[in-house]
Design a protein around this ligand. Structure first.
Ligand SMILES: [Zn+2]
Length: 436
């Protein structure tokens, strides 16, 4: 028996969906969903009413927290008609903060109180790096700013330190001082949830139901990992691997670790011999044909993905009994570029081929631990969806937001709360089963 989706994927509305939730988000989100068709819109309203969950993006604080405030001097213009002259003059002397307007009514933003490089050539000698009003006036006078345009006393106000990245942040920042802000449609789509159309949400839900079923059937874990995992290739929607945690057999056999190793096995590699760990030596499932294993050389490029036989690979084998949805694309790759791997440019990909899970989507019952999250990062998955947080050890939202850590050479996108209630019920069922 196979589950089927309603509707069909509209390939006209999607191109490359990019990669990152982080400082690199802007670049990576180009090409997100365009305007929805009338047909899709109608179905969206219909399905949105029926859906009990909403995927929540796990974003770095850069997108979720309001900017800290800092002190700044403002001068009060004696006459509003001098506003243009004052702005031009002060902009030449003290470059402003690009994310802030220079003027608000008759208030002219002069500079922050914090010592800045632009002021190094003054006689300022404060050890606390705070610019005094006297020093500022001296600087302005030396730079031939017409101080007679302003009232004698400057004011000290609070202004947002960092540029807003979202509409919400911009609105809050504007409460303290007018901001320059142009919303990024990609970021707003992620935040609002409109990044996925209803067909994609149907698919996401179907994959997570498999994960839930796999966890109920086989998951044996510990505090770090106690669940299940599924890897899918979004280009055709094919489920590649399904795994349940088996820490009773091996301390590293968390669900995601097994799933990644199963994908490696599909590509002719893999670290673990799952057969030895089970009574049935034929337990592990892939009946791989010899032609489908390993790399092939085509036009001088190693193509690692000639394995489209006998998927998904499952561990334990019993997971093969779970009905799968019909395979269909979740998104269409851009024709002339591939930006779904933040670490590789085209040149390097051509030399070494894709990484183990480049571009794949992974579904997890629970938020992964640090080991699993790093393994997913190294294998270059592009999207991770999980149902419930793992507050004790999860690093994709609970203990940390791994994919926002600076310096990582790859970042994936993460969503949580997918079928949250059903995942929680499955989790409770597993816990009570283990304790009985
Ligand atoms: Zn883990």
């Amino acid at each position: 028996m196979r589950m089927t989706y309603r509707g069909s994927f509209n390939s006209d509305t999607y191109e490359n969906e990019g990669s990152l939730f982080s400082g690199l988000l802007m670049d990576a989100l180009e090409g997100f969903a365009g305007p929805l068709t009338k047909r899709t819109k109608g179905r969206e309203e219909e399905n949105a009413r029926n859906r009990t969950w909403r995927a929540t993006p796990v974003l770095s604080s850069e997108f979720t927290q309001d900017s800290p405030l800092q002190d700044a001097y403002v001068g009060i213009l004696k006459e509003k008609r001098n506003i243009s002259k004052a702005i031009q003059s002060i902009s030449n002397i003290l470059p402003g903060l690009p994310h802030l307007k220079r003027c608000s009514n008759t208030r002219l933003l002069l500079t922050t109180l914090a010592y800045s490089k632009e002021l190094e050539d003054t006689d300022k000698s404060d050890k606390d790096n705070i610019l005094s009003q006297v020093e500022l006036k001296e600087l302005l006078r030396n730079k031939e700013f017409d101080l007679s345009l302003l009232e004698d006393e400057f004011q000290v106000i609070k202004i947002p330190k960092n540029p807003p990245r979202t509409k919400s942040q911009a609105a809050n920042s504007a409460k303290t001082w007018p901001v320059n802000f142009h919303p990024d449609p990609g970021i707003e789509a992620v935040i609002s949830g409109s990044i996925f159309d209803q067909d994609q949400l149907d698919s996401i839900e179907a994959y997570m139901k498999i994960v839930i079923e796999a966890a109920k059937l086989e998951a044996i874990g510990n505090d770090n990992c106690h669940g299940s995992s599924l890897v899918v290739d979004p280009e055709d929607g094919r489920v590649l691997a399904i795994a349940a945690s088996k820490v009773d057999l091996h301390p590293m056999w968390h669900a995601a670790m097994i799933a990644i190793d199963l994908v490696a096995r599909l590509q002719g590699g893999g670290t673990w011999n799952f057969c030895k760990s089970t009574e049935n030596k034929n337990e592990i499932s892939p009946k791989l044909k010899s032609t489908s294993i390993g790399t092939e050389i085509k036009d001088g490029i190693k193509a690692k993905r000639k394995f489209y036989e006998d998927t998904p690979v499952c561990f334990p084998e019993s997971l093969r009994s779970i009905p799968l949805p019909e395979s269909k694309p979740l998104w269409i790759k851009a024709k002339n570029k591939r930006k779904d791997d933040g670490s590789c440019n085209m040149e390097s990909q051509e030399k070494i081929g894709p990484y183990l899970c480049t571009g794949y989507w992974v579904f997890l019952l629970r938020e992964p631990c640090a080991m699993c999250a790093m393994a997913l990062l190294h294998s270059r998955v592009i999207r991770i969806f999980y149902g419930i947080a793992s507050e004790g050890s999860g690093v994709l939202g609970s203990k940390a937001i791994l994919h926002s850590v600076p310096g990582l050479n790859h970042r994936y996108q993460v969503w949580k709360d997918v079928l949250e209630q059903e995942c929680q019920e499955a989790w409770s069922e597993i816990i009570s089963r283990d304790s009985s």
